[in-house]
Design a protein around this ligand. Sequence first.
Ligand SMILES: Cc1ncc(COP(=O)(O)O)c(C=O)c1O
Length: 382
Amino acid sequence: MKDFEARLKDIEEKGLTRTLITLPGSGGRFVLDGKEYLNFSSNDYLDLANDSRVKKAAIAAVEKFGSGSGGSRLMCGTLTLHEELEKKLADWAGFEEAIVFGSGFLANTGVISALAGAGDTVYFDKFDHASIIDGVMLSGAAWKRYRHNDLGELERMLEKSAGNSFIIADSVFSMDGDLADVIKLKGLSDKYGAFLIIDEAHAIGVFGEGIGLCAQKNIKPDLITGTFSKAFGGYGGFAVCSSAVKKLLINSARSFIFSTALPPACLGGAIKALEIIREEKELGSSLLDNSSYFHGLLRGAGLKLPEFSSQIIPVMIGDNRHSVKAAELLWEEGIYAKAIRPPTVPKGTARLRLSVTLSHTKQALKTAAEKIARAAQKAGLI
Ligand SMILES: Cc1ncc(COP(=O)(O)O)c(C=O)c1O
């Protein structure tokens, strides 16, 4: 029997203990014990989680279809709402088909482990999301990770590749907020005949009039995975792909086959969020404008930031305990930003991950930047 206490002590000694914090609501702002906080940890980028139209659609779906879906998609769980959402997603993204999963995590693990297998090789970015790593491990395929965004290294790996190969990358990296060069990735996948999967979890709703970074750059990978849990303001995941790939996923993606179908509230909410994102094409660019403004203020205050890329802005700190201390000081200022430490990010790169949402006005961002600078000064970071 493993010594769980010893493992916990080890985690604590390294300054890596993770704890839960209970908030009174979702979104970019909340009030706790009478004090107002700005939430910079939320992925509700377009502020749709509390949008009255999305909430109404979710409630209407529950009223009509019930609270749960009753079974897995292949048993009795496929409702007309799944079909409607999949049709609308495919049409919006410009793919033959879409397939909805229980979450973005389940979409990645399901898709990758279903499509890749023994005898294949998967090439993926060192900073790809955990669900991609787990999908690759489940697949039984051989794998190689290239240095973050080092497509020269990826090409050298592909030159030696034999058998079927897959390339998988996030388009917007979740903890760094930087972008993959999706045009070059597409070029490499074409040159070496690799199946290209791009995870657009953080790009959907934001780039390319909401469709994602691939749409913005005018390239079409073989398959895109996404989530309803971020810019859509809800929960659930999906993939867009060809008809043949969808059929194969229905027949072999274990997280699709052996898990209960996404429930009506999530579907109704996602359908409405999609409609809003499709109609209000400027939402993503407004968010990026605000994010760039915020990035400029933080940099101007002397904080250590990489170049501006997206709504995700990492404030690099390095030391695990210093990053936790900085988060505590921010909390006192009414700013909620989580310290991100290894193993989520590489050793020595602990940081505060700030994500801007449309609930943060420019005025709120200005005040927040001043507070963050004050806390950073107190923490000895600037
Ligand atoms: C890049 C990326 N892919 C997939 C996921 C998983 O999506 P979900 O939260 O819907 O499971 C996340 C985040 O959670 C992510 O950051």
